[in-house]
Design a protein around this ligand. Sequence first.
Ligand SMILES: CC(C)(COP(=O)(O)OP(=O)(O)OC[C@H]1O[C@@H](n2cnc3c(N)ncnc32)[C@H](O)[C@@H]1OP(=O)(O)O)[C@@H](O)C(=O)NCCC(=O)NCCS
Length: 160
Amino acid sequence: MVDECQVLIREATIEDLKRVKFLWLKLAEEMYKIEEYIFPSKENAERWFSSVLSTLREGKGKVFVAQLNGEIVGFIYFIHSLRTFLEVSKQVALISDMYVKPEFRRRGIGSLLLEKCFEHLRKLHIKHVMLSVLSENLAAVKFYEKHGFKICRYDMSRNI
Ligand SMILES: CC(C)(COP(=O)(O)OP(=O)(O)OC[C@H]1O[C@@H](n2cnc3c(N)ncnc32)[C@H](O)[C@@H]1OP(=O)(O)O)[C@@H](O)C(=O)NCCC(=O)NCCS
């Protein structure tokens, strides 16, 4: 476990976001090894970055980073105001991406990022949060289960 005093969880600055874009590419590389779908390319990192910037500018989401000894070692990106054209009974936030650098995992940093996200959502009176995780991404599945997430739907796929 990291000493909570050593890890600073804070909102990302514009400068941090450039670093976060690089971490997203690392996340995409890891996910591509599990499921070949989203290309872990620099072009996709730019597309992702543009989409994050517009969400942040519209005030619809947040990025928090974990900083340890001056280094950004992880991030969480979530959207609290999802676009929907249908009437819904509750406001649900979406955890879009989260990542902790491999050498800093299993030390509680992911948990601190998630807790910061929950804290922010509670301030917005949002009581529900969802996310998607690849079923073969066992570390992340275990992580989310440990934090109380339960399966509420199945995405299914097959080759045709
Ligand atoms: C998921 C992720 C963010 C967790 O971050 P972390 O800093 O390691 O998380 P924490 O240290 O706070 O929590 C660790 C807990 O998660 C679970 N966990 C994490 N890695 C695990 C692994 N390899 N095997 C089993 N359980 C694991 C365990 O419950 C663990 O608790 P424990 O150490 O007491 O057993 C990190 O593994 C990661 O960045 N993975 C790659 C990117 C990813 O999959 N992102 C999520 C999908 S978008």
